[in-house]
Design a protein around this ligand. Structure first.
Ligand code: GLN
Length: 203
């Protein structure tokens, strides 16, 4: 069971994308970052982060390194997982563009790069009650739009137009934005605290 004296080990899928920034965020919250490139790197992790990047490339690398099944099993087994931007796309159970889902660990549908040209990159202050009353400054870069969410999925934050941009199902958490690119660590802390949270019934 839990070993409170041991620092938590949080993996970062390190096949492509914004790995370094998540490693820094994990260090900031007092956990041990572990770069994951091979299935054996998943051993003894308390949680896993799937970073932003290019989901098409990440999908290829995940399969090339045999990571798809072990990562899917980790999420299905109740381990905390955080996917940011491309990481959200990897977790989604539906991708509107016709791509096959990768991990299908989160009951949402997404459309890639769907904020449109004018909004390729933008920033917004979001209300995220689950992490406290202070708004969260969020950076969006060619972000996916969440187009559908299942009944078991909780919306933690919405963009200024009301679309979900942070969602949670059990211990699987995903953001369309990049919490690793700002200094606010509350999303990473939410992942860390979910390691300790009592197990919820699988959705
Ligand atoms: N547009 C990217 C994709 O579709 C995601 C962008 C990001 O992670 N910053 O994979």
């Amino acid at each position: 069971m839990s070993q409170p004296d041991r620092p938590r080990r949080i993996g970062v899928l390190a096949v492509q994308g914004a790995v370094r920034e998540h490693v820094a965020a994990i260090t900031d919250i007092g956990a041990v970052p572990v770069e994951v490139r091979l299935p054996r790197d998943l051993v003894d992790l308390d949680a896993l982060v799937l970073p932003g990047g290019e989901s098409t490339t990440m999908r290829r690398m995940i399969d090339a390194y045999g990571l798809r099944e072990p990562v899917r099993a980790m999420a299905a087994g109740g381990s905390p997982v955080l996917g940011t931007c491309a990481g959200m796309i990897l977790l989604a159970s539906g991708i509107d563009d016709g791509d096959e889902p990768v991990l299908a660990a989160l009951d949402i549908a997404v459309r890639r790069n769907a904020y449109g040209r004018q909004l390729d990159s933008f920033e917004a202050d979001l209300e995220v009650p689950a992490i406290g009353p202070e708004p969260l400054h969020a950076v969006f870069i060619r972000a996916p739009v969440v187009t559908d969410i299942g009944a078991g999925v909780e919306v933690l934050a919405r963009d200024p137009d009301g679309r979900p941009v942070a969602v949670r199902q059990g211990r699987v958490l995903a953001t369309a934005f990049h919490p690793e690119l700002t200094t606010d660590r509350r999303i990473h802390r939410l992942l860390l605290t979910s390691i300790e949270a009592p197990a919820e019934r699988p959705a």
